[in-house]
Design a protein around this ligand. Structure first.
Ligand code: SF4
Length: 70
């Protein structure tokens, strides 16, 4: 399977300067090991705060629902 970096990057809303942009498998592994989720699980206004914790994700979903993920 070829890496889908180019097409993945279209859906990446991460504003942090990072070499994993578009490398979703590496991105997920990195954040999972820290009890976090990747930037794309968060709305843009929250993503830029860089709090990628699962607790923050739950708070956002409880506050806003999941419609922003579509
Ligand atoms: S979500 Fe995290 S690992 Fe993924 S590109 Fe952004 S900073 Fe890098």
């Amino acid at each position: 399977m070829d890496c889908k970096k180019e097409s993945n990057t279209k859906y990446c809303n991460c504003t942090y300067p990072c070499s994993r942009h578009g490398f979703c498998c590496d991105c997920l592994t990195y954040h999972r090991s820290s009890g976090e989720l990747p930037a794309c699980y968060f709305p843009n206004d929250i993503e830029k705060g860089y709090n990628r914790s699962i607790n923050n994700f739950i708070k956002i979903v409880n506050d806003r629902g999941t419609g922003y993920l579509k």
